[in-house]
Ligand binder design. Structure first.
Ligand code: TRP
Ligand code: ZN
Ligand code: CA
Length: 452
C-alpha cells in the first residue's frame, strides 16, 4: 500500500455557490470573495508527518521453515529443546546466525537455573531513538517432554521472521527495535526475569513496550489478545478487525509468560495467544471453526507438540499481526487521538431539494475509526426541522446524525455528534450529507469536522 500525504486541514475557501447561499441567507460576510473570483487551486499538502509504512506480509513458508529447523534440532538432541539440554543451545545458535547475517547486533547472555546454564538471545536493530525501545520477544525453550513446536517454536519463529522482515525492508523506525528469545520460561519465567533484573532503572524507563508471543499456532486455535496496555491491545485488535476475525481477551492464566516480568517493573505489555490446555467452547468453535469440547492445544507440554501440531492459518495471521504491531508501534509518530480533519468550504443546501455533501479525506491512520468518533457539524439554516443529516463512511455506510422534524423551527444545526464508527476503516473519504426535505427555508453547510 502506498500512502500519499494529504493535508488534514484543507485551507478554508468559499465557492461561488457558497457566496450565493450566503447572500440568500443575508449572512454574506465582508470577507467572502466576489462570486466571479477564479476558483482557488486546491491547497497543496503541507509537510505533514509521514504515515507509517504498511507492514509486509510475513511469509508463512519462512516461519514454518524455522519450525522445521527447530524440530530437527529437537530430534537430533533427545527429542526436546529444554533448558540445560543441548537442543536449547542449538536453538539459540540457529537463531543467532540468521540474525547476525541480517545485520542485527546480537548478544547471548547467560544465567543459572537448576544448576544449569541458561541463555537469552537479544538482537538489536541498529538505529531508532535509544530512549524509546520497542521490544518483541518469545521463549525459546521447550519442556523436556517434547520438541515444543507450538510452545514455543511458534512465537520464536514468528518473532524471528518479523525481525528478518525488518532487515529486508531496511526499516528506519522512529523507535529502537529490539527482539529477545528467553531461556527457561518453562522453569518459571527465569530467563526473562534475569534480563529484566539486569536492566538498570534508567534502562527500564526507556521501554515504550514489550510484546510477548507464546503459543500462537495452536492446532485448534482461538484468537486471544492480552488485555494489558490499551494502545498495544488496540493495535492487535485493529489488525484482527481488519481481517474480520473476532478476538477474545486472553484469560488462560494472566502472568503465565515472560511479559509478566516486564509488566512487574512498569513496562507496557501486550501479546497474542491461541490457547493451551483449556477447552474450546461451542461458541468459540462457532466463531473460529475448529473443534468444540477439545483443547486448543491437546499436545500442550507433550511429546506430540511437533511440526504436526500447528494450525497454519493461526500461525500465518499471528505472524502478520506481529509485523503489523512492530511497524505501527515502532514507526511513529503515531497519529495522536484528537486528530482533526475538517472541511470549511461552504456548500449550499437547496430548498426542498436533493441531498448535498461535503467531504473530508483521512489518511495516515491505521485500523478502524474510533467507537466514539466526534462529528462536529455547523449548518446555517433558517428552519432546521427541514434538515436530515447523515455521516457517510468511506465504504458508503450512512450514520443518521439528525432526522427532520416539522415542529423544530429553530435556526442552525451546530452540534457535535458521537458516532460508533469502530466497524469502519479510518482512512478514506468521509462525507457529511445534508438534505432539506421541506419548502421555504434554506441554508448551507458552513463547515464540519471529524475528530479521531
Ligand atoms: N508457556 C505458557 C505456560 O506453560 C503457556 C501459557 C499458558 C500461556 N497460558 C498462557 C502463555 C497465557 C501466554 C498466556 O504457562
Ligand atoms: Zn510457552
Ligand atoms: Ca426548506
Amino acid at each position: 500500500m502506498n500512502l500519499s500525504s494529504v493535508s488534514c486541514r484543507p485551507t478554508p475557501r468559499r465557492t461561488a455557490v457558497a457566496a450565493v447561499a450566503l447572500a440568500l441567507t443575508g449572512l454574506a460576510a465582508a470577507t467572502a470573495p466576489a462570486a466571479s473570483a477564479a476558483p482557488t487551486a486546491a491547497p497543496t499538502a503541507a509537510a505533514t508527518a509521514l504515515a507509517p509504512l504498511a507492514a509486509p506480509d510475513i511469509p508463512l513458508a519462512n516461519v514454518k521453515a524455522h519450525l522445521t529447523q527447530l524440530q530437527s534440532i529437537a530430534t537430533a538432541n533427545g527429542g526436546n529443546r529444554a533448558h540445560g539440554r543441548p537442543g536449547y543451545k542449538a536453538s539459540i545458535d540457529y537463531l543467532k546466525a540468521k540474525l547476525d547475517a541480517a545485520g542485527f547486533t546480537t548478544s547471548v547472555t547467560t544465567f543459572t537455573s537448576s544448576g544449569a546454564t541458561g541463555y537469552n538471545l537479544i538482537a538489536d536493530w541498529p538505529g531508532g531513538d535509544p530512549n524509546q525501545i520497542l521490544m518483541s520477544g518469545a521463549h525459546l525453550d521447550s519442556v523436556s517432554s517434547g520438541p515444543g513446536i507450538n510452545d514455543n517454536g511458534s512465537g520464536s519463529a514468528a518473532v524471528l521472521e518479523t525481525a528478518l522482515a525488518v532487515s529486508r525492508a531496511q526499516l528506519k523506525p522512529t523507535k529502537h527495535l529490539r527482539f529477545g528469545w528467553w531461556g527457561a520460561e518453562e522453569l518459571g519465567l527465569v530467563g526473562s526475569k534475569a534480563y529484566v533484573n539486569s536492566l538498570p532503572a534508567t534502562e527500564r524507563s526507556k521501554f515504550s513496550g514489550y510484546l510477548n508471543f507464546d503459543m500462537i499456532g495452536s492446532p485448534n486455535p482461538g484468537y486471544f489478545v492480552y488485555d494489558d496496555d490499551p494502545a498495544i491491545e488496540k493495535t492487535f485488535k485493529d489488525y484482527y478487525a481488519g481481517l474480520g476475525v473476532p478476538t477474545e481477551i486472553e484469560t488462560e492464566g494472566d502472568g503465565r509468560s515472560d511479559h509478566a516480568n516486564f509488566k512487574n517493573v512498569g513496562i507496557p505489555v501486550g501479546g497474542l495467544f491461541t490457547g493451551a490446555s483449556r477447552t474450546k467452547s461451542s461458541a468459540q468453535a462457532q466463531k473460529w471453526g475448529g473443534t468444540a469440547g477439545t483443547a486448543f492445544d491437546r499436545c500442550y507440554h507433550s511429546s506430540c507438540d511437533t511440526t504436526a501440531n500447528i494450525n497454519d492459518t493461526a500461525l500465518d495471521r499471528n505472524s502478520d499481526a506481529i509485523a503489523h504491531a512492530v511497524w505501527t508501534l515502532g514507526s511513529g509518530p503515531a497519529v495522536p487521538p484528537g486528530d482533526v480533519h475538517e472541511n470549511t468550504t461552504d456548500v449550499a443546501v437547496p430548498d426542498n431539494g436533493a441531498a448535498v455533501t461535503s467531504s473530508v479525506t483521512v489518511s495516515g491512520r491505521t485500523g478502524n475509526a474510533p467507537a466514539a468518533l466526534k462529528v462536529g457539524v455547523d449548518i446555517k439554516h433558517t428552519w432546521r426541522g427541514d434538515l436530515v443529516v447523515d455521516l457517510v463512511a468511506p465504504d458508503g455506510t450512512a450514520y443518521r446524525l439528525k432526522s427532520s422534524s416539522s415542529s423544530d423551527s429553530a435556526d442552525n444545526v451546530i452540534a457535535t455528534y458521537t458516532v460508533d464508527a469502530s466497524s469502519e476503516a479510518a482512512n478514506g473519504t468521509w462525507k457529511l450529507r445534508v438534505q432539506d426535505i421541506a419548502a421555504q427555508d434554506t441554508g448551507y453547510i458552513d463547515g464540519w469536522k471529524l475528530t479521531f
